[in-house]
Ligand binder design. Structure first.
Ligand SMILES: Cc1cc2nc3c(=O)[nH]c(=O)nc-3n(C[C@H](O)[C@H](O)[C@H](O)COP(=O)(O)OP(=O)(O)OC[C@H]3O[C@@H](n4cnc5c(N)ncnc54)[C@H](O)[C@@H]3O)c2cc1C
Ligand code: FES
Length: 286
């Protein structure tokens, strides 16, 4: 099977029907939605995403991007993918209202894997909200592959309050307990923000790399902690997107470039990312 994260996304650009297998509300109001893909789905890796839409006339004109929470070939030969969706508006709300056996459209897998060329040493993943999805996928994928780096991963997962820590139980099992939960109000785990928990963690054990996914302000704060400590970081962006495969130019992000007089240029998050070396990102221009 072709690895979609390393190849131009031609097969991934096809729109495929999907059938809802299950749709469960989890802690924090997120939905965990499992879909059976009709037709072959290219092999996906953690960090990739799909564009989802329904045929409902109320669905926005453009499909909506969501990170893969999982992707696997079942024993019956069908591909099953899962997502962690927070209903925030029209599109995500309609997707979250789907029932088993309802159908929808998927385009993907799109974007690049987050586990390419990782340096040696501990890997600290810092997640906020549904930014946990790619890290759960990474842990599950590495466990299935018996990956030698699985034991290197620790996940710092934060939310405003304990009731918003969606899928924290699944995370604890997937990471064999190497998890630091953080809440702003101190109702669970570390009391404070994930960047403060990361500072503590770095003082105990220096990571080889930090991976982060979540709200932009959170990732920027994580990037500052890493820059101060001289630790490489990668951020998985949740930029607004129109197409998902480099046609609409709607997801341009500003990145450092010595080749340009201004010191920066634009790259497409859907094609070049969504995972970027954090140090290249011009957060003030995103
Ligand atoms: C690569 C990528 C991966 C993503 N992964 C996930 C994921 O795994 N799970 C998930 O739930 N979402 C994810 N998102 C965000 C998701 O795409 C948006 O929430 C969705 O597009 C909103 O569409 P809508 O039609 O529901 O909202 P709209 O009707 O377009 O917007 C309604 C309101 O919600 C606000 N809004 C839009 N997006 C967000 C947001 N992300 N958070 C809070 N408010 C918002 C808008 O500003 C507006 O006020 C991802 C985005 C990207 C680019
Ligand atoms: S989302 Fe259309 S170019 Fe990236």
């Amino acid at each position: 099977m072709e690895d979609s994260s390393a190849a131009p996304p031609t097969a991934s650009m096809a729109s495929r029907p999907g059938r809802v297998v299950s749709n469960d509300v989890v802690t924090g109001g997120c939905h965990r939605i499992a879909l059976e893909v009709q037709g072959e789905w290219p092999a996906a890796r953690a960090g990739q995403f799909a564009m989802l839409s329904t045929d409902d006339v109320r669905f926005p004109i453009l499909p909506r991007p969501f990170s893969l929470l999982g992707s696997r070939r079942r024993q019956d030969g069908r591909d099953e993918v899962e997502f962690m969706l927070m209903p925030v508006g029209v599109g995500s709300g309609l997707l979250c209202s789907l029932k088993p056996d309802d159908t929808l459209q998927l385009v993907g897998p799109l974007g690049h894997a987050m586990d390419r060329d990782l340096p040696d040493g501990p890997i600290v993943c810092v997640a906020g909200g549904y930014g946990l999805a790619p890290f759960l996928f990474l842990l599950d994928q590495w466990r299935r592959e018996n990956h030698p780096r699985l034991g290197d991963v620790t996940v710092i997962f934060g939310a405003r309050t304990a009731a918003r820590l969606s899928l924290a139980d699944r995370l604890a099992a997937a990471a064999d307990g190497r998890v630091v939960l953080c809440t702003d109000d101190g109702s669970e785990g570390f009391s404070g923000r994930v960047d403060a928990a990361l500072t503590d963690s770095i003082a105990r054990q220096r990571p080889g790399i930090v991976l982060t996914c979540g709200p932009e302000a959170m990732m920027e704060a994580v990037g500052s902690v890493c820059a101060a400590a001289g630790i490489p970081a990668r951020a998985s962006l949740e930029t607004v997107m129109g197409c998902g495969y480099a046609v609409c130019n709607g997801c341009a992000v500003a990145v450092d470039s010595s080749a340009h007089a201004e010191g920066y240029t634009y790259e497409l998050a859907c094609r070049e990312g969504t995972v970027f070396d954090e140090g290249r990102l011009q957060w003030n221009l995103l």
